[in-house]
Design a binder for this molecule. Structure first.
Ligand code: RUQ
Ligand code: CUA
Length: 677
């Protein structure tokens, strides 16, 4: 370090420390170790660890001591892991990896319990899937504001959408789209979460059918699905959901209108050239074929009008889903197109709903579309022609307020509370801050490296908070210790409260490639701490097989053995289960705990079963005891001093062997206390 800077830094830190001490009027806390509070020791520490003043300031701004809570929570896509990450801000600490599309053993999700039903419902065309390419989480909204109740995410690879209940941070539903093969403009919610929007990415015949690629223009299609969300049930209702057929332009990101533009949705596209590849046959590869035109199309969708047409039955049914045909949509004013500069990607509606910002991957500009202008053109039916599918085109120059040069390869934009926009610049590896009002660049900061998405505190609401922005960097070369050729992604926390953006934390994300994320104020989240006794989280109420203390029992019905079991520190009742080889064993296990954070686990040797029994939770597990032997079961969560003793045996005697202890199979209920000696 340059010595002058070092000296300035050291002087500066003394001031920083002094300010912190002065600002706090609570009595001084006893100090850990030697006099760490003294500026001299801080100086020594800085020198020893080669920290600059800026480093120490950033540390003070992001450090959240144990016992204090973060101000915001990020819900980030877990990318290829198929999960969702919950991360605290400003500490950037990982709080939970929520099992969504991929089995998650710690949460007992996908390992024999009730969560299996969610995953089993998530097949695509009957194929079982154990992963997903998660891209865009969307928090549920009321009047355009996050309400902290639900979270939706998409699986790009298999065209699926998941519903996570933020009451317990558990995935409750996965719906597979029966019409399309990949999605991307998903998930986005309408301002009251009436609908969760899912737009296709790669065009294919609707209904996942076959058609030769030579018939691309005639038979291949895009699609936007409006999944109806039933708030009372906390589930998507496929029977009330519907879709609009789109032309075979590769639809990309989407956003829902709000306030002024409520009732509309905006969807980007690329490859309006409709290139289909064929590089082995000497045709241009898709990527260059798709980059011939100067303009692609922004799709402007009047979904409220579409909803009326759907209600009037103007739909066809494909694979059980109501679809508004492209021709009907084009002729009725449901859909119109506007040119978009080269290879658009991000599509972000401003907090007031008045404008839509689109970044072009092969461009240096953000383009600001103005909804009032667009609406004026639509209402006056002032079209600039039609595309090959009869969709009206609105003139680009009459639809925009302007363009702003932000850097090479702008992708996505988010907003603060002062009318500023933050655009991620992929090729430049930077974030550009600019003023929406006068389209002027205010600041630019390098990020490390190749930023994809960007997210902001309450960023997609009608009232963003400012304060924090996170750069979601695709690459992290040189930022962290090496962990082999697959590098972690990098979330970089930016303080955006001042005029200049400041980088205050690098957080490696080592579980997948997160695409998008949203950040919600922590005080909007009100998760439960324990389940009411006997709750099946997937039913949202008491399980019909919930077991009460003293009612534990084993019932045999032919070759089916039902075990009604309870778990409480530090025993399972019953702790001995005796069955015959070939029996079907149904375990019904209720945690009798009601104390916070007193979770038990349950596993039984060989059956690939692991349950998480949080306080009050009930689980049902079923398997065929097809191998004779002795199978210990035990609690997999270190719950108490006698955790290792929280165990029992399942004895599977060879077929035809008489039961040695008939009492273990008695249907009378031995009481919990009688079982304990
Ligand atoms: S993507 S890096 Cu949202 Cu899937 Cu833009
Ligand atoms: Cu219960 Cu360990």
């Amino acid at each position: 370090m340059n010595t002058r800077i070092a000296v300035r830094a050291l002087a500066g830190i003394a001031v920083v420390i002094g300010t912190v001490a002065a600002a706090s009027c609570t009595p001084p806390k006893p100090q850990r170790g030697a006099d760490l509070g003294a500026s001299q020791s801080i100086k020594e520490l800085m020198q020893k660890r080669s920290l600059t003043e800026a480093d120490v300031q950033a540390a003070l701004e992001t450090y959240v001591p144990g016992g204090k809570h973060d101000e915001y929570m990020i819900f980030a896509s877990g990318g290829q892991s198929g999960q969702v990450l919950a991360i605290g801000v400003p500490s950037m600490r990982l709080l939970k990896v929520i099992g969504v599309f991929t089995p998650e053993p710690w949460q007992g999700y996908g390992y024999g319990g009730e969560g299996d039903k969610v995953l089993e419902g998530a097949t695509q065309s009957g194929h079982k899937l154990t992963w997903a390419d998660v891209h865009h989480p969307a928090l549920s909204e009321m009047a355009g504001d996050y309400d902290g109740k639900y979270l939706f995410v998409n699986d790009k690879a298999n065209a699926r959408v998941a519903v996570i209940d933020l009451a317990d941070f558990v995935t409750k539903q996965i719906v597979a789209n029966p019409l399309i093969a990949a999605d991307h403009g998903a998930t986005f919610v309408t301002p009251n979460t009436d609908y969760v929007i899912e737009t296709s990415q790669y065009p294919a015949p609707l209904g996942r059918d076959y058609a030769p690629i030579e018939q691309y223009k005639e038979k291949y299609r895009g699609l936007v699905t409006f999944w109806r969300f039933d708030r009372a049930l906390g589930r998507i209702d496929p029977s009330k959901s519907w879709a609009i057929e789109l032309p075979p332009y590769t639809q990309d990101l989407a956003d829902a209108g709000k306030l002024d533009s409520d009732g509309f949705a905006f969807i980007n596209s690329f490859n309006t050239e409709m290139a289909t590849g064929g590089d082995l046959e000497g045709k241009p590869p898709i990527e260059s074929g798709a980059s011939q035109n100067d303009m692609d199309y922004l799709h402007v969708i009047n979904w409220k009008l579409a909803e009326q047409l759907v209600a009037q039955g103007k739909t066809t049914t494909i694979k059980g889903m109501r679809v508004l045909p492209l021709q009907t949509a084009a002729e009725s004013g449901v859909i119109q197109l506007i040119g978009e500069p080269k290879s658009p990607h991000g599509c972000d509606v401003t907090p007031d709903g008045k404008e839509i910002i689109v970044g072009g991957k092969l461009d240096t500009h953000d383009t600001v579309y103005n909804f009032a202008k667009i609406k004026g053109l639509i209402d006056a039916k002032r079209y600039d022609g039609k595309d090959a599918y009869g969709i009206p085109i609105l003139a680009f120059k009459d639809s925009i307020r302007g363009q702003i040069e932000v850097g090479l390869g702008p992708l996505h934009s988010v907003f603060d509370d002062k009318g500023n926009v933050y655009t991620s610049i992929f090729l430049d590896s930077a974030v550009t801050k600019w003023s929406l009002k006068d389209l002027k660049v205010l600041d630019k900061i390098p990020v490390h490296y190749n930023i994809g998405h960007i997210l902001a505190a309450e960023g997609d609401t009608v009232s963003p908070d400012g304060k924090y922005v996170v750069a979601m960097d695709k690459m992290s070369i040189d930022r962290f210790a090496s962990v082999g050729p697959l590098y972690p992604q990098n979330f970089q926390l930016l303080d955006v409260s001042g005029d200049k953006m400041r980088m205050i934390f690098d957080a490696p994300i080592g579980i997948g490639e997160p695409h998008y994320a949203q950040m919600i104020k922590m005080d909007k989240l009100h998760p439960i701490k324990v389940y009411p006794p006997g709750t099946n989280p997937y039913l949202g109420k008491q399980d019909p097989n919930a077991v009460q203390s003293g009612k534990e029992r084993i019932e045999r019905h032919g070759d089916v053995v039902d075990v009604y079991m309870t778990a409480i520190r530090s025993h399972f009742t019953p702790d001995r289960i005796e069955v015959e080889e070939g029996d079907t064993v149904n375990l019904h296990i209720t945690s009798l705990e009601q104390a916070e954070d007193q979770t038990h686990g349950f596993t039984v040797d060989m059956y690939n079963v692991n349950l998480s029994l949080e306080p009050g939770k009930h689980e049902n597990v079923s398997f065929k005891a097809d191998v004779a032997g002795v199978f210990p079961f035990y609690c997999t969560e270190f719950c108490s001093a006698l955790h290792l003793e929280m165990t029992g045996y399942m004895l599977v005697r060879p077929k035809g062997t008489p039961a040695p202890s008939a009492s273990a199979l008695a249907s009378a209920a031995p009481s919990a206390s009688a079982q304990k000696k």
